[in-house]
Design a protein around this ligand. Structure first.
Ligand SMILES: *Cc1c(COP(=O)(O)O)cnc(C)c1O
Length: 356
């Protein structure tokens, strides 16, 4: 049995976005949030659902100074029959524990976190948008709360879940994007925090993204932090390629985030007999495969977009156009399969979803 979650319902419901109007990502928040605190010696205590709103936290809270913060991202989907799907939520909580361990944040009970997610989504289910491609984004996170300025792991933490109704990632259909291969800055290094969803990774990646935007690119492709030669990720997505008909993606090496969408692509591809290779891939190998016609597709994978085709890669003085800037058949199949399972319109043969 799980600890009881006390619920305080809002008496002043927030204004919901208007159905049918374009819904931005991550700007609206629902009526309630889940909170649980950690106190050394007592563990995670006082699980509760409260009205969403600002909270009191001391300016000296350690998270503001030394960045002990981790997060997750997943979605709830409204199905045509009115039921609500979550996509592999337990994997998000297994991953938050990987992040927690690296940042010396106490372990969370994954099953309880899934239970808390379901309770919160159920309470705010009227906020799940049901338009094409829309969903309820779920953001669990942990922050260090000790009011203390010494550098050490905190003794107190707060775990929270907030919910944000979000619009379709592709309101105009899937268009491949232009990607800048980043050869100056790096996202992660061996022995660092690349495999975690810790807040600092994102702060450190903003400058490259900013420069790429100014140059007219949508995202950057990150190379490894040591030789700046091997492919890691694209923006905050994993990257997959189709080379000689095989699905090829960088192996998880400690500096790459182990994406759940990446994993789902691999599992599905294998289930239909497609060959999958997880290995170290150099940028030169990709450029060569592109020039010789062996590289037929490249795409990012992540919860937000699911699949994001890459139409153009710019590396130093080379510009490589991939699949004539169109979405390819493998990207299309993976996108249709995963989104179909998420929304309950395709049979969930691999057991990926649970109902709220
Ligand atoms: C979250 C994230 C991904 C994608 O993970 P999913 O579980 O598929 O959403 C990939 N790379 C980075 C850096 C991320 O933060």
């Amino acid at each position: 049995m799980f600890p009881e979650i006390s619920v305080t319902r809002t008496t002043s419901p927030r204004t919901k976005p208007i159905p049918g109007q374009s819904l931005p990502f991550g700007q609206y928040f629902t009526d309630h949030m889940f909170i649980m605190d950690y106190v050394e010696g007592q563990g995670w205590i006082h699980p509760r659902i409260e009205p969403y709103g600002p909270m009191m936290i001391e300016p000296s809270a350690m998270v503001f100074h030394y960045g002990q913060a981790v997060f997750e991202g997943l979605k709830a989907y409204r199905c045509a029959d009115g039921s609500i799907n979550l996509f592999r939520p337990r994997l998000n909580y297994e991953r938050i524990n990987l992040s927690d361990e690296r940042l010396v944040i106490p372990h969370l009970d994954e099953d309880f976190c899934v239970y808390a997610t379901r309770e919160l989504v159920r309470i705010d289910q009227d906020w799940i948008p049901s338009g094409d491609g829309e969903s309820l984004y779920i953001r669990p996170f942990v922050i260090a709360t000790d009011p203390y300025l010494g550098v050490r792991p905190a003794n107190t933490y707060r775990f929270m879940i907030i919910l944000s109704p979000s619009g379709a990632y592709y309101p105009q259909g899937i268009n491949p994007v232009k990607i800048y291969v980043e050869d100056k800055y790096v996202r992660a290094v061996r022995g660092g925090t690349g495999f975690t969803k810790c807040a600092g990774n994102y702060a450190a990646s903003l400058i490259a993204q900013d420069i790429a935007h100014k140059k007219g690119f949508v995202q950057v492709l990150w190379l490894d932090g040591i030789e700046q030669k091997y492919i890691e990720e694209v923006g905050s997505m994993n990257i997959l390629f189709v080379i000689d008909g095989k699905l090829v993606t960088p192996a998880l090496n400690g500096s790459i985030l182990p994406g759940i969408t990446r994993r789902s692509c691999i599992e599905f591809a294998r289930s239909i007999g497609m060959e999958v290779e997880e290995k170290r891939i150099s940028i030169d190998e990709i450029i060569d495969a592109g020039k010789s016609g062996r590289l037929t597709e490249a795409f990012g994978s992540g919860t937000a977009a699911v699949i994001s085709p890459v139409g153009e890669l710019k590396y130093e003085d080379t510009t490589l156009t991939i699949n004539e800037n169109k979405i390819g058949p493998v990207a299309r199949l993976l996108y249709d399969t995963i989104t179909g399972v998420q929304r309950g319109v395709k049979e969930d043969t691999l057991g990926w979803t649970i109902k709220v």
